[in-house]
Design a protein around this ligand. Structure first.
Ligand SMILES: Cc1cc2nc3c(=O)[nH]c(=O)nc-3n(C[C@H](O)[C@H](O)[C@H](O)COP(=O)(O)O)c2cc1C
Length: 409
């Protein structure tokens, strides 16, 4: 046991210090403007979160290729796109010595049909039923294309640094491209990018090294990783242990532990065991295992709801930071409440539209919390009484508009 609590600061291997142990985990804003640009709503949103006392703000995923989007309104950083609003976004998130890191991502095959006619992936393997109705079968990337994507991550990281962001995070979790390369189910290549775990982790390893070469040794570089894919033949616990060890040895500044994919969406707590609920964090047991083998600071995300749960996890030394997502979308001041020593509790509750079919068909957690983020972006307060059904209908409406736009060119 240690005396570490959420109020303590944390110095990373690169030398940067985070003022407390609370990190806002990435939540896709899906709020970009035409041309894949950020805008003033991002400044308002991140300013509000910085005022809320969180030590580290990790942005929602920013894509590295406009041809590969996870959502219609993703921000993209790539050669040829000049985004005049990035600086203001970084400034807003840096208030009160807060760190703001950009999460960089490529969705691979998890790019929906209305956005990608033929998405790319390590191998031409479709997502399983019923997701294959929403996502087209991907084609396998060529060697040259893989090298191009690695360079894209590095270029995007350089742009983030130039614009004043204080770090970057590689999205290596939740079934997106990096995670697809790691999984033997999704990566069935027979070249140097597939097969053994050493080959499957080559992609993420090269992304990290390319980023580091661009940003230098003093700039925080992090990764969000899955504990396991929770599917037979997927990225196993042993595989992920080998990956965290390797990335830690390379010098990763912060490894964030999460879990799940679109096929098994456990990241937001679906099917959580009763024993897990007592200890709050969904992936705590796995994090304990990782702690034994890596030196890099660890951030554990998913399920934290109270200062007691967070301080318990820090005191046992299982993680060095706690990651919070949904609680901050409905209460941007949650971190200040936690840090003040009050017995602050998260307002996160199970959601339902009242129709089982809709609850099962739509990613309710994503849709409803995105609406809350959009309220914050407009300078308004979150509305926890907003009807989940209304959020789903809003999504259906927006999807319809996007599909129509696509059909009409
Ligand atoms: C609306 C929404 C958007 C999300 N977008 C991302 C994302 O862009 N990148 C990511 O790594 N995780 C994303 N997540 C997952 C969260 O970072 C986090 O892992 C998950 O919500 C569990 O943490 P919590 O229990 O504190 O909410 C998203 C979650 C929500 C609710």
């Amino acid at each position: 046991m240690s005396n570490i609590t959420i109020t303590d600061n944390l110095t990373l291997p690169c030398g940067a210090t985070i003022k407390n142990r609370i990190g806002k985990s990435a939540m896709s804003e899906n709020m970009g403007s035409k041309g894949f640009l950020s805008n003033r709503s991002f400044h308002t949103l991140y300013g509000r979160w910085a005022d809320g006392g969180t030590g580290l703000l990790i942005t929602g995923n920013v894509m590295v290729d406009q041809r590969a989007l996870g959502e219609a309104r993703n921000v993209v950083i790539e050669k040829g796109i000049k985004d005049p609003s990035l600086k203001g976004w970084a400034e807003a998130g840096k208030k009160h010595q807060t760190h703001i890191w950009v999460q960089l991502n490529h969705p691979g095959k998890q790019s929906p049909k209305f956005l990608s006619a033929v998405p790319v992936a390590p191998s031409a393997i479709p997502l399983k039923k019923p997701l294959n109705r929403v996502f087209n079968t991907p084609r396998a990337l060529s060697d040259t294309e893989i090298m191009d994507i690695i360079e894209r991550f590095a270029y995007a990281a350089k742009v983030c640094k130039e614009n004043g962001f204080t770090g970057v995070q590689i999205h290596g979790a939740h079934g997106y491209l990096v995670s697809q390369f790691l999984s033997p189910t999704h990566n069935q290549r027979t070249d140097k990018w597939g097969g053994s775990i050493e080959n499957r982790m080559r992609f993420v390893s090269e992304i990290y090294q390319a980023i580091r070469a661009e940003v230098g040794p003093e700039f925080p570089v992090s990764i969000k990783l899955n504990s396991a894919d929770f599917q037979k033949g997927g990225f196993t616990k042993e595989d992920s242990m080998a990956v965290v060890k390797h990335l830690s040895d390379l010098g990763m500044d912060l490894i964030e532990i999460s879990g799940g994919t679109y096929e098994t969406p456990v990241m937001t707590g679906t099917n959580v065991k009763e024993s897990t609920k007592v200890r709050e964090a969904y992936f705590l047991e796995y994090c304990e295992e990782v702690r034994k083998i890596v030196k890099s600071p660890l951030m554990l995300t998913g399920g934290f709801r109270s200062s007691q749960g967070m301080n318990d996890a820090l005191a046992t030394g299982v993680c060095d930071m706690v990651g919070i997502a949904r609680s901050l979308a409905i209460n941007p001041e949650f971190s200040n409440e936690l840090l003040s020593g009050k017995d602050a509790k998260s307002l996160v509750k199970p959601l339902s539209t009242g129709f089982l079919f809709l609850d099962r068909t739509f990613p309710l957690e994503i849709v409803w919390y995105t609406d809350q983020i959009h309220l914050l972006g407009k300078g308004q307060d979150p509305n926890i009484h907003r009807s989940p059904l209304r959020s789903v209908l809003g999504m259906v409406w927006e999807l319809g508009i996007n599909v129509l736009k696509k059909v009409r060119g």
